[in-house]
Design a protein around this ligand. Structure first.
Ligand SMILES: Nc1nc2c(ncn2[C@@H]2O[C@H](COP(=O)(O)OP(=O)(O)OP(=O)(O)O)[C@@H](O)[C@H]2O)c(=O)[nH]1
Ligand SMILES: [Mg+2]
Length: 355
C-alpha cells in the first residue's frame, strides 16, 4: 500500500485531494493508487446532477450536501468543468479546497477539468469517485453541465442521475435531442418559484409517458403518501421492472424540495437494489472500465510502435507515394504484438486463433 493510499484510507483530506490530483493528471502511480483503493469501494451512493448552464446545479448540490450532512452522512462532490462557483462562497474557483458550507470538512468538493482525451474524462471522474468512496464518503455527487456525449458518459457513472429542467427553458425539448432523457432517473424542475413550473412538469410527464393530469405539486411540500409525496411520475412502471423517472420540483436557493429529492434518490436506489439492476449496472460499468483501460493501454503501445517504425507522417507519405498502403502498414504495426501474444499464450488445444 502506498503512503498516499494509506493516508487517504486513514481519513486524511489532504491525501484525498492529492489522490484526486494524481488521478486527474494521470500522474505516475495513479494506476497503482486506484488499484489499491478499489477493494475499499462500493459503499458510496453516487448521484449525478446534470442540466444546462445556470439551471441551478451548484446551488442544489450545495443544499443537498447540507441536508445529507444534517442526516449524518458524509458527502463528496466532484464538479466537472464548473462554469460558476458554488453559492455561499463555499467552493470552487480554486481547485483544491474543502467546502465548509456546514462548518465541517465532511463536504469535500473538488472540480475536475474536461481536458484530456477520448473517454478520459469519464474514466478520470469514475476514478476520482472511487477515491471518495474508498475514503468513506457516504454520498458522492457528480455535477456536470449536460452538454454532450462526454457529459452523458460522466453522469452515466452515477447510480442515480438527476436532470435539472428549469421552467420554460425549452430544455425539455433539448433534452430529447441530447439523449439525456434516456439517462434521467429523476427530473428536477428547479427554480419552481418561477412561472411555468407547472407547464414544465406537464411537459416532462408527457415525455416520460405518465400522462398530463394536473395534480398540483408544490416545491418541497409533501402531499399525502398516495403519490409518494409531492412528486410526479414516481415509482415503478406497469411491468414492475422498469423505472419511471420521478419529477421533483425544487427551489434550490431556498432549499425547498430538497428533502423530497433525497427521498426520490432513495426510492430509485431501492428500486435498483430490489430489481438487481444495481448489480447489473455495476457490472456493466466495470466491463466498460476494463475495456476503456485496455483500449487506452493498447493505443499507447501502438502509438509507440508506430513511432518506432518511423512515425505516422512518414507512413502517410509512403502511402501518398504509392509505395505501400494503409493495410500493409497497419499489419506491420500490429503483427509483432499479435505474435507476442500468441507466443506467451499457454499452448491451448488447437482452436480459433483470431488476432
Ligand atoms: N429563482 C431561482 N433562482 C435559482 C434557483 N436555483 C438557482 N438559482 C439561481 O440560478 C443561478 C445559477 O445557479 P447555479 O447553481 O450557479 O447554476 P449551475 O447550473 O451550477 O450553473 P453552471 O455551473 O454555470 O452550469 C444563480 O444565480 C442561482 O442563485 C431557484 O430555485 N430559483
Ligand atoms: Mg455550477
Amino acid at each position: 500500500m502506498s503512503d498516499l493510499g494509506e493516508r487517504l484510507l486513514a481519513g486524511d483530506h489532504r491525501a484525498l485531494a492529492r489522490a484526486i490530483t494524481t488521478i486527474e493528471n494521470r500522474s505516475p502511480g495513479y494506476r497503482d493508487l486506484v488499484s489499491e483503493l478499489y477493494e475499499h469501494t462500493g459503499d458510496a451512493t453516487v448521484i449525478g446532477i446534470t442540466g444546462s448552464p445556470g439551471s441551478g446545479k451548484s446551488t442544489l448540490v450545495d443544499k443537498l450536501a447540507v441536508t445529507y450532512r444534517e442526516r449524518g452522512q458524509t458527502v463528496g462532490v466532484i464538479a466537472v468543468d464548473p462554469s460558476s462557483p458554488y453559492t455561499g462562497g463555499a467552493v470552487l474557483g480554486d481547485r483544491v479546497r474543502m467546502a465548509s458550507n456546514v462548518g465541517d470538512m465532511d463536504v469535500f468538493v473538488r472540480s475536475m477539468s474536461a481536458r484530456g482525451s477520448l473517454g478520459g474524462l469519464s474514466t478520470a471522474t469514475a476514478d476520482a469517485v472511487k477515491a471518495l468512496d474508498a475514503f468513506g464518503k457516504d454520498v458522492v455527487i457528480i455535477e456536470t453541465v449536460g452538454a454532450g456525449q462526454n457529459e452523458i458518459d460522466v453522469v452515466g457513472t452515477a447510480d442515480t442521475v438527476a436532470v435539472l429542467v428549469p421552467p420554460d427553458s425549452g430544455d425539455s425539448v433539448q433534452l430529447l435531442k441530447a439523449g439525456i432523457l434516456e439517462i434521467a432517473d429523476v427530473f428536477v424542475v428547479n427554480k419552481a418559484d418561477k412561472d411555468g413550473a407547472d407547464r414544465t412538469v406537464q411537459e416532462l410527464r408527457q415525455m416520460i409517458g405518465v400522462g398530463g393530469d394536473t395534480a398540483g405539486v408544490t416545491a418541497g411540500h409533501h402531499g399525502p403518501r398516495a403519490d409518494a409525496g409531492g412528486r410526479f411520475g414516481d415509482g415503478r412502471a406497469d411491468d414492475d421492472e422498469g423505472w419511471t423517472p420521478s419529477i421533483v420540483e425544487t427551489v434550490a436557493t431556498r432549499g425547498e424540495g430538497v428533502e423530497a429529492l433525497i427521498e426520490a434518490f432513495g426510492d430509485h436506489r431501492e428500486h435498483l437494489v430490489a430489481t438487481g439492476e444495481a448489480d447489473e449496472r455495476a457490472r456493466t460499468r466495470y466491463a466498460e472500465e476494463i475495456r476503456t483501460l485496455v483500449r487506452e493501454d493498447v493505443g499507447e503501445l501502438l502509438e509507440r510502435e508506430i513511432e518506432r517504425q518511423g512515425g505516422i507522417d512518414a507512413m502517410a507519405a509512403a502511402v501518398r507515394e504509392r509505395e505501400t498502403d494503409p493495410y500493409t502498414l497497419a499489419d506491420r504495426v500490429v503483427e509483432p504484438i499479435a505474435d507476442c501474444l500468441a507466443e506467451r499464450r499457454e499452448p491451448d488445444p488447437p482452436a480459433d486463433d483470431a488476432a
